[in-house]
Design a binder for this molecule. Sequence first.
Ligand SMILES: Cc1cc2nc3c(=O)[nH]c(=O)nc-3n(C[C@H](O)[C@H](O)[C@H](O)COP(=O)(O)OP(=O)(O)OC[C@H]3O[C@@H](n4cnc5c(N)ncnc54)[C@H](O)[C@@H]3O)c2cc1C
Length: 316
Amino acid sequence: MNSWFYWERSIRRLMRIRDLRIVAKLAEMHVDLQPGTPLAGLTSLGIGGKTDLLRIKKHESLPDLLNLLDENRVVYKFLGGGSNLLVGDGELPWVVLQLVRPEPDVVLDGNLAHVDAAADLGRMITLCAKNDLGGMEGLIGVPGTVGGALRMNAGAYGMQIGSYVREVRLYRAAGRKLEILRDDQISFEYRHTSFAPDDMMLAVILELPSKPFKEILQGIRICNEKRRSSQPLGQKSAGCIFKNPPGASAGRMIDELGLKGLSVGDARVSDRHANFFVNAGRASAKDMLALIADVRERVGKTYGVSLENEVVVWNA
Ligand SMILES: Cc1cc2nc3c(=O)[nH]c(=O)nc-3n(C[C@H](O)[C@H](O)[C@H](O)COP(=O)(O)OP(=O)(O)OC[C@H]3O[C@@H](n4cnc5c(N)ncnc54)[C@H](O)[C@@H]3O)c2cc1C
């Protein structure tokens, strides 16, 4: 490798949007640039360094925006509600794209719900419930956006969002175009989908079963109670840190090893739910990653299982 390679790499790693021509083009594309945004304020774990946040007001600007970023070799990531993310510390070497929530973000048509990816998942479920559309009760209490839930195939208490998807509108970076995928073109598995890593979810059509509001409300109350009694809801977390291995429970294994309360700095295994790791104060990403590695190693030694992250790690 020559010195040019290292020079170029270091420039890329420090890249932020400073070029006034790019700034002007972003404004033309209806993209709101928020320079030097601390991502700790945008994630449920309250962890993460600074970078430029680009808030996209029009889906149609995505092809031009991503061409502009690619041409200028600006690396980017997609942020939803930040509730399943562990973001690295310090100055981050990529920018973050986030959709602005339009008004209205949910439109109902019979049993179909047309939902923008930036819609809040909980608000969408409640609105559908009030219109006698159910099925998603298990996801009440899951924070974040509908786009994030699609990407993760969010699920709980025996259900998953993927079961209700009829169509997804997305931007596919590979073909550089906006596309619509039908449900039979997408596979939804346990916390995994067949979307490419650089696909950006823009909107979805869900088909939800008709149910009387009272019945849905009853289901919502039961799920809320289950969450309240088993999860550290008042603390900063990203939900479950690890996926459950086939036929086993990551939380149960961590609990059986007596690891509740184990800490690295302010990163701590919850006393309430062993698969929830909390930021009990001023935890850094480094602390949280060290705790994750430690717990994974201990579980691996005892159970011979390598736990896979459910939390998405954006490490610098
Ligand atoms: C208290 C608590 C309880 C939770 N309980 C559950 C639970 O029961 N079940 C469950 O499944 N999860 C649970 N979670 C995790 C989390 O809430 C879900 O995974 C949620 O669906 C993530 O959505 P988000 O918008 O916050 O995504 P983010 O955290 O912002 O992003 C997660 C991933 O999705 C990608 N992404 C986000 N938006 C888009 C988009 N529009 N297009 C493409 N990619 C996108 C991101 O790039 C990232 O890779 C819990 C979290 C907390 C804090």
